[in-house]
Ligand binder design. Structure first.
Ligand code: ATP
Ligand code: PYR
Ligand code: K
Ligand code: MG
Length: 577
């Protein structure tokens, strides 16, 4: 049975080269599907937007144990998917796949190949490298290990490089993991560098103007108040401080100083968002092929635009997504324009909580998540989600509630920092994020808590408007019909992000023909990214996908699927033959 509704935009279809035109709907033949009787098809066709099939990279088909399962000559027709997704789809069906993405900061606790492999098996979608720590050689080794993991096991773990930025921070404690400051102790903060080991109760500071800028009577906050000091004396480059709130000092912790109850930030505002060291790190990131660059302490859209044009002008740079870290007062002031300029944003609650009163952080988080959703940019909720798990194998109730809230807000991704970088239980922390996400997502579906207010329109160009409407409608249809999955065929990933933005009830299978787009899609809510060589012909794409996924046991006859693509602007509804 075949139904068709056709809407056309003549101005667009008129310009199509004849060879690219899709066959008229009346001539659609579904005989190529083995079970035509079960096949339902509705096509809402606006126009087709041709573009050459750019797929050139080799394709691999992997068996569940991670070894290539096809002969090389069959590979061009294969599909890239990781073993964990494959097992999840086979065992639990579509509905139970996790929608919220998980990011792990990699550090000494997780930098080995086996440790990275365990994180990928445990659901890590993105590995974050914080350029505040470690040498470039160290980071290169991690990047290469993740790439190897992807190649060997079919994963699409993306790499996010996080810049150091030029905010004021402590030095690296001469190799020590931490130092304890006790109440009433006097510590020296100095701009002097140490040749040998760190003198007792002495901390180096990254910013040369530090001793000049602070005044006796200022309050010095480490890591947004985890440890507090009063400035009691200045002696040349040394600043003597009295500890008033004891705690652990961690290497390279952020420092802020406060005067009469306000953050002192005049000089900070003069420091560049991207320092000279950051530019060298960015060049390193381009050379190593990272997928995202997260920019610390963004203050305006200008720096994002600058970085994006820098990247666009470099080979491979255009494939890198730029994530704005929202962690300063200025970034909140200029939030909309910053997010609009970026490819995503991070609610960096660690430093944000040092710049605004802590009780304002939850409202800021909610606002950032909402703005990102409206503007169709992925959003990451970061810092202290499971802080106690750095030391303990189980989270606190409050931490579980915090994770639940971020999932309930339907943020795209949750991030572990110290928990995975240097904690004692990185795998357990990841398991907690995974199980809490799954539980809250299920609750959401069971309660049918669809958004009450519709999303605002975002596109301006006519073809983008059509894509947006198609994705909105496809998602709504998916919910109303209770379909098993939305399939989206997308070259640059935009169409997949538009479906993800609607947060439909079912998982979204995103098929794309390059590995770099596949990795980037792995940051977005609900997308299960596959790499597949596909053509302009949707019928043959669907046939190919069905047979590949069926042969791997990832879908079965009778499953109800909605398909959209950025080549043929249509919505197709069908039962898997
Ligand atoms: N590459 C690394 N090498 C050594 N330690 C690391 C590394 N990455 C992270 N850590 C450790 O994990 C802790 C927390 O992680 P991280 O520095 O990423 O926190 P953060 O608050 O997210 O950072 P930032 O605000 O600087 O971006 C750090 O204090 C450090 O001890
Ligand atoms: C992640 C980060 O940079 C922060 O929370 O400050
Ligand atoms: K950083
Ligand atoms: Mg930060």
């Amino acid at each position: 049975m075949s139904h068709s509704i056709q809407f056309s935009t003549p101005s667009r279809t008129l310009h199509l080269p004849p060879t690219r035109l899709h066959p008229p709907l009346s001539s659609f033949s579904f005989r190529q599907f083995p079970l035509t009787s079960t096949f339902k098809h509705t096509s809402l066709r606006a126009s087709s937007s041709p573009s050459p099939d750019s797929s050139s990279s080799s394709s691999l088909l992997h068996s569940p144990n991670g070894t290539p399962a096809v002969k090389p000559e069959e590979r061009s027709s294969g599909i890239d998917v990781d073993t964990v997704t494959e097992a999840e789809l086979k065992e639990n069906g579509f509905r139970s796949t996790r929608r919220t993405k998980l990011i792990c900061t990699i550090g000494p606790a997780t930098c080995g190949f086996e440790q990275l492999s365990a994180l990928a098996e445990g659901g890590m979608n993105v590995a974050r490298l914080n350029m505040c720590h470690g040498t470039r050689d160290w980071h290169r080794d991690v990047i290469r290990s993740v790439r190897r993991l992807n190649e060997e096991k079919g994963f699409a773990v993306a790499i996010m490089m996080d810049t150091e930025g030029s905010e004021i921070h402590m030095g690296d404690l001469g190799g020590e993991a931490s130092a304890k400051a006790e109440d009433g102790e006097v510590w020296t903060f100095t701009v002097r560098a140490f040749d040998a080991s760190r003198p007792e109760r002495t901390i180096s500071v990254s910013y040369d103007g530090f001793a000049e800028d602070v005044r006796v009577g200022d309050e010095l906050l480490v890591d947004g108040g985890m440890v507090r000091f009063d400035v009691i004396e200045k002696i040349g480059p040394d600043v003597k401080c009295l500890c008033t709130d004891p705690g652990l000092l961690l290497p390279r912790a952020n420092l802020t100083f406060w005067r009469d109850g306000s953050l002192v930030r005049e000089r900070n505002a003069m420091l560049p968002t991207i320092s000279s060291k950051d530019w060298l790190d960015i060049d390193f990131g381009i050379a190593e092929g990272v997928d995202f660059i997260a920019v610390s302490f963004v203050k305006s859209a200008e720096v994002i635009n600058h970085l994006k044009s820098y990247l666009a002008a470099r080979p491979g740079g255009g494939d890198i997504g730029v994530i704005a870290k929202i962690e300063s007062i200025d970034s909140l002031t200029n939030l909309e324009e910053i997010i609009l300029a970026s490819d995503g944003a991070m609610v960096a609650r660690g430093d944000l909580g040092a710049q605004i009163p802590l009780e304002q952080v939850p409202a800021a988080q909610q606002r950032i998540v909402k703005v990102c959703r409206e503007l169709n940019k992925p959003v990451i909720v970061a810092s202290q989600l499971l802080e106690s798990m750095i030391e303990y194998p189980t989270p606190t109730r409050a931490e579980v509630a915090d994770v639940s809230e971020a999932v309930r807000q339907r943020s795209d991704a949750l991030m572990l920092s110290g928990e995975s970088a240097m904690g004692q239980f990185p795998d357990k922390a990841l398991t907690v994020l995974r199980s809490v996400s799954l539980r809250i997502e299920r609750w959401w579906r069971e309660e049918k808590r669809y958004e009450a207010t519709p999303l605002q329109a975002i596109s301006s160009a006519s073809s983008d408007k059509i894509s947006e409407e198609i994705c909105n409608s496809a998602s709504k249809m998916a919910n109303n019909l209770g379909v098993d999955a939305v399939f989206v065929y997308t070259k640059n990933g935009h169409m997949a992000s538009l479906v993800s933005r609607c947060r439909p009830d079912c998982p979204i299978f995103a098929f794309t023909n390059t590995t770099s787009v596949r990795r980037r899609l792995n940051l977005q809510w609900g997308l299960i990214p596959f790499r597949l060589s596909f053509s302009e012909d949707m019928e043959s794409n669907l046939n190919k996908t069905f047979s590949l996924l069926k042969s791997r046991g990832m879908i079965k006859s009778g499953d109800l699927v909605i398909a959209v693509s950025d080549m043929l602007q249509s919505i197709q509804v069908m039962n898997v033959p």
